[in-house]
Design a protein around this ligand. Structure first.
Ligand code: NOJ
Length: 748
């Protein structure tokens, strides 16, 4: 019998050993609630508080450090969880140090930001969402879980499900974009991927829904900034993706940094206790974001750390990330009657239950097998899945005169600062991701695909931000000798992500100047973009022949870009976020309200007193849901099975989608609904369904959606979540600009 099992046995008389031939778990323990209750009956106050304490191991720091020596605290038995420690060796060492010093041998929970892959990096979440492929999103989370669980990690701080309508906010790269419906479906799929059907499985990790709540609505797109909105907007637009993760069984939540209507989330009792834990029935635990508890002081909500600890615990925060407040002040708060033992017990129990579910009481080292780590990371099938995800997330924004796909016979000059890049291409928050030497660059991808290497050349021309022009001429010379120019441009990976808000979202540096020089050559110019947020691309749209939005596509990104450029992959991604014409339009989103003075566009006979800009169109450059293909899809025959909907009946919507072009292709068919009159005004359109269909060249597919009264519910004037009888419009098409329309009436 292994020493650690013996220790566990001594510590916990409730454990029974089961000899299973080479199979884990080797021991069977009491049912979860009984086991945890038993354990807690043996724990001292200090030991309970320790379960509520998390520190960061040396590693990524994303905020002010608490100054606490985490190693000393582990040795004192004061730590329940560690973040930023990875690898079986390192986590084993820390776990051993903990178990050697923990009276009751309570294992440490290791958390880490596994956002879009652990080692095999998938496209950034915004890019992956552009696939509109839920199974793909589930699969990428499943692979991220398998790799990280094999590397000693128990808990990922993902999925990030913050809806955002503001591309100035750098963290849009980490989420699913602007839409509640798409965001909720993706959120659900990602939790299922991370957690699987059983957290006890060796290849799953505990997921963490973040950042609760409405972090993506930061005023002016500035990270960590104030949020204020009506409860209706909060419930209708921002909260559903968080709720979807509760429905998917997510095991933990992270509080957001922001305040909502004057109350920081970390101290928001309504949000954490009343809504999340009571109304939604969430049984997992809630962790703060990094020093979020301490930040209630500068917020002007807590007088000092002890007060912050009191507010957080009363609000329903179960674990303190890095802040050291729970460690230092909880006992004092209890002695002074500021918090109750029941509140401490509840927080401790929730954390212990998660540890139980992960099987850590059966074997605290079960995620620490070197052999498994080696065998799991960078598996061929994972790299193939990452390539597939990158291919499916490409969004073709423009393709004049079918300049794409490129032909093998063409001479192509590949230029631009990201043309040979292996560093930025995997994107931000690829915390454990390997960059140089691992990720496939565009140059490598092209070389893998092109038969005659003399047809292609690679020159940077310019840097992303640097304004040096010394490399430009060589790139222009190569372009002069080519049939087509492909410019691979965009942002640094860290221009999006946390603490990366920008007021200017143009292509950075002198990249545009270089594009103008390329255009002067009179050759077709294709712009390939690697970036983490919607950019303002009006000039590029007017001047480039084709534009491919590749996001930060991950480890296999260069292969996916090459395959897409050369037509091995027919792009099928659709934008999960509106691309504005200019930053002055922000916030801009498709499901806006009509106003009392809606502007009908340039043909509107009344131009003056309308809700419009005098110096810009209202419409975006590229709408939510937009994306081209190398083939063409025509929509016709939109039919409803009835134009009356009542009771628990359904209306079936059918539409014919014909592939009229020259390639087989996938199309994301989108269903939008407009509730014409409500007791409160309704958006001009709301996504209510989508399906991604492969339609062969020349083929017509009849696509079907069902609409029931449940799909039409919203928070009415009395804040009741109901569908109101009345007229509805249905739109089906390949973007939120869909004009093919039918109508029905919801009757009582
Ligand atoms: C701060 C970020 O806001 C959060 O998303 C992340 O999970 C934590 N730091 C831990 O790294």
């Amino acid at each position: 019998m292994k020493k650690r099992t013996l220790l566990l046995l001594l510590a916990c008389s409730t454990i029974t050993v089961y000899a299973q031939k080479g199979k884990k778990p080797q021991i069977k323990i009491k049912p979860r609630t009984e086991f945890v209750a038993d354990l807690m009956s043996k724990m001292t106050l200090e030991e309970k508080i320790a379960q509520m304490v998390q520190f960061t191991a040396d590693g990524t720091i994303t905020g002010p450090k608490s100054g606490t020596n985490w190693v000393d605290e582990i040795k004192k038995g004061n730590v329940g969880s560690i973040l930023n420690a990875t690898g079986v060796d390192y986590t084993r060492k820390i776990q051993k140090m903990n178990l050697d010093n923990s009276r009751l041998k309570i294992p440490i929970l290791f958390g880490y930001d596994v956002i879009h892959g652990y080692k095999t990096i998938f496209p950034i979440t915004l890019g992956e969402t552009a696939s509109w492929d839920l199974e793909l999103a589930r699969k990428s989370a499943e692979i991220a879980a398998a790799e990280s669980a094999a590397a000693g990690i128990h808990w990922t701080f993902a999925p990030m499900v913050d809806i955002s309508r503001d591309p100035r906010w750098g963290r849009v790269s980490e989420g699913a974009g602007e839409d509640t419906y798409l965001g909720s479906k993706m959120a659900f799929a990602r939790v299922k991927g991370f957690q699987g059907n059983n957290l006890n499985d060796l290849y799953t990790v505990l997921a963490c829904t973040k950042h609760f709540a409405a972090y993506g609505a930061a005023e002016a797109g500035r990270d960590y900034n104030t949020v204020d909105m009506s409860e209706r907007l909060l419930r209708e637009v921002y909260l559903p993706p968080y709720k979807a993760t509760v429905d998917a069984g997510v095991g933990s939540f992270m509080a957001s940094f922001n305040e909502i209507a004057g109350v920081p989330s970390t101290g928001n009792k309504w949000l954490m206790n009343d809504l999340l834990k009571k109304e939604w029935g969430f049984n997992g635990f809630v962790v703060t974001d990094y020093t979020g508890m301490n930040e209630m002081i500068p917020h002007g909500y807590a007088k000092n750390e002890q007060h912050a600890g009191e507010l957080a615990l009363k609000a329903g925060i179960d674990m303190d990330m890095v802040g050291a407040i729970y460690l230092n002040d909880t006992k004092k708060n209890l002695q002074e009657g500021k918090v109750t033992m029941a509140q401490i017990d509840d927080a401790c129990r929730r954390v212990l239950l998660a540890k139980y579910d992960l099987g850590l009481f059966e074997d605290p080292y079960r995620y620490n097998e070197e052999k498994r780590e080696k065998a799991t990371i960078y598996k061929k099938e994972y790299l193939d899945a990452a390539l597939n995800a990158a291919n499916k997330s490409m969004v073709l924004l423009k393709n004049s005169n079918n300049v794409l796909p490129l032909k093998q016979s063409q001479k192509v000059a590949f230029v631009g600062p990201l043309v040979s890049d292996e560093f930025n291409i995997i994107g931000s928050w690829a915390a454990a991701g390997d960059r140089n030497g691992y990720a496939v660059s565009v140059e490598e991808g092209v070389k893998h695909l092109v038969k005659d290497q003399s047809k292609v050349s690679f020159n940077k021309g310019v840097e992303i931000k640097d304004s040096k022009r010394t490399m430009m001429q060589a790139a222009l010379d190569a372009a002069k000798n080519a049939d087509v120019v492909v410019a691979v441009m965009g942002e640094f990976e860290n221009q999006s992500g946390e603490a990366a808000s920008q007021v200017n979202i143009d292509l950075p540096g002198i990249q545009k100047e270089f594009l103008a020089e390329l255009k002067k050559l009179g050759k077709p110019v294709v712009l390939v973009l690697l970036n983490g947020r919607p950019l303002t691309l009006s000039w590029e749209n007017d001047n480039m022949d084709a534009i491919l939005e590749a996001w930060f596509p991950g480890t296999m990104g260069g292969d996916a870009i090459a395959q897409t450029l050369y037509g091995v992959n027919n792009p099928s991604g659709k934008l999960p976020m509106t691309f504005p014409r200019s930053v002055g339009q922000v916030p801009i989103y498709y499901n806006h309200k009509n106003t009392g003075r809606p502007y009908l566009g340039t043909n509107d006979p009344e131009q003056k007193y309308k809700s419009r800009y005098t110096d810009s169109e209202n419409s975006p450059l590229y709408a939510f849901g937009y994306g081209l293909s190398y083939t063409k899809f025509e929509y016709s025959n939109l039919k409803l099975s009835s134009n009356k909907l009542s009771g628990s009946n359904k209306i079936t919507v059918t539409v014919d989608v014909k592939n009229t072009g020259n390639y087989d292709g996938e199309e994301v068919v989108q269903l939008y609904v407009h509730d014409v009159v409500g007791s409160v005004t309704r958006p001009v359109k709301e996504l209510k369904g989508f399906t991604k269909q492969l339609i062969k060249k020349g083929e017509t597919k009849t696509v079907t959606f069902d609409i029931s009264a449940d799909d039409l519910r919203f928070y009415n004037i009395d804040m009741k979540f109901v569908a109101e009888p009345g007229d509805f419009e249905v739109f089906v098409g390949g973007s939120s600009d869909a004009t093919l329309k039918a109508t029905f009436e919801l009757v009582k």
